[in-house]
Write a protein that binds this ligand. Sequence first.
Ligand code: FAD
Length: 376
Amino acid sequence: MIDRTPREVLRPVSTREIADAVRTGRAARTEVVARGSGHSTEGQPLTGGVVLDLRGLASVHEVRDDRATVDAGATWRELLDATLPRGRTPPVLTDHLDLTIGGTLSAGGVGGASHVHGTQAANVLALDVVTPDGEIVSCSPSRRAELFDAVRAGMGRHGIIARATLRLIPAPGRVFSRKIAYSSPAELIEAQRRVRADHVSGQVKASGYTLKAVTYEGTAYEAARLPDGLTPGEVECEPEVEELSYLEFADRMRPDVEELVAIGEWDRPHPWATVLLPAARAAAFIEETMRATTPADLGLSGVVLVKRFSPGWVPMLRAPSDAVLFGLLRTASPGCRSAAEMTAANRELHERARALGGVPYPPATTRVPGFPVQAR
Ligand SMILES: Cc1cc2nc3c(=O)[nH]c(=O)nc-3n(C[C@H](O)[C@H](O)[C@H](O)COP(=O)(O)OP(=O)(O)OC[C@H]3O[C@@H](n4cnc5c(N)ncnc54)[C@H](O)[C@@H]3O)c2cc1C
C-alpha cells in the first residue's frame, strides 16, 4: 500500500549501536525510524531516511517469577518461550505472537486479557530508551516518568525502546473456551462487561455478534461451569467447551496464518482500520458501520473485532477509560474493493470515531505538543 525506500537499513545489536545511529542521523538531519516486525498497516516503520531493524536485538536477559527483562526486538513468542518453562506469562498477549515487544509497546498492545490487566503498555515496569538526542536513559513510573509515559504508545516519536522489564503472572496449564452469539452489538458489549472470564474477545460474524469467553485453569473459574456473569440461556452457539493447553491457546492464530499464506491472502494489502470508542457510544457506531459494510468492503478473509477493555495508565494512547476496540481488518482480495477504496472508507471511519470521542489504533503519528523533540 505504501512504498518508501530507506537510504540505509541498519541492524543494531546493542543499545549503544541504536544510540550511535540516532546521533548520526540527528547530525545529518536524517529521519531515523525503528522497525520491529513491520506489521503496522499504514507504513509507520517506513522512511526515506534510516531504518533501524531491531529484530537482531532480541535476547531475553532475565526471567523471574514476577518479571522478565527482554530486548525490544524480541517477539512475544520468543518471550513466551522463555517464561513458560518457569510457569509464567505476560498478563496480556496480542492475538498474533510474532509482533515485537518494542512495536506493540509503542502502539499500546490490546489483547483478550486487557479487560483485566489493561494494555501491554500498562504492564511495563521499566524501559531502557534511546532519546531523540541519542542519550540512553532508564525510565519507569518513578524515574524519568515523563519519558516513560511519552514512549509507551508513542509510536517511536519520542525515543526508541531498547529494552523492557515486563510484569509476569502465573501461566495456566489449560484453558477452557466457549462462544456465545448475540443479536446486537449492544448485547455483546454489555455481556463483555458482565462476564467474569480471564480472556474475553468478540467478533462480528454472519451468525451474529459472537463473544468468546475463556477461563484459565487454576483461577476461580471451573471448566464445567459457565463463566460468572452469563446465564445458560446465553450459550447459543458451539455449546461445547473447547479445552486447550495455554500455549495452544496463545498461539491459536498460527493455523489461520498458515492458511492465509497458502491461499495468498496474507500477502495482499491489508487496509485495516481499528478505533477505540467510548463504550457508552460504541454500540450505535458499530451497528451503523456494520449496516453499511458489505463482504466486498472487508475482503475474502476480513475479520471484524469488538473488544471492551480498560487501557490502564497509558497517556499517549488517549483512549477512553472504558473503551471498545472496534477493528475492521480488511484485505483487498480479488473481486472486492480496492486497497484505495478501503483506505478511503477507513479515513471516513476514523473521522466518525473522532467525532464521538474515539481515537485511531495504533495511535496516529502526528506531533504532540509538550513532549520531547521527535527522532523522526
Ligand atoms: C496479524 C496482526 C495481528 C495483530 N494483533 C494485534 C493485537 O492482538 N493487539 C494489538 O494491540 N495490536 C495488534 N496488531 C497491531 C500491532 O500491534 C501494531 O501494528 C504494532 O505496532 C506492530 O508491531 P511491530 O513489531 O510489527 O512494529 P512495527 O510495525 O515494526 O512498528 C510499529 C511502530 O512502532 C515503532 N517502533 C517499533 N519498534 C520500536 C521500538 N523498539 N521503540 C520505539 N518505537 C518502535 C515503529 O517506528 C512504528 O511507528 C496486529 C497486527 C497484525 C499485522
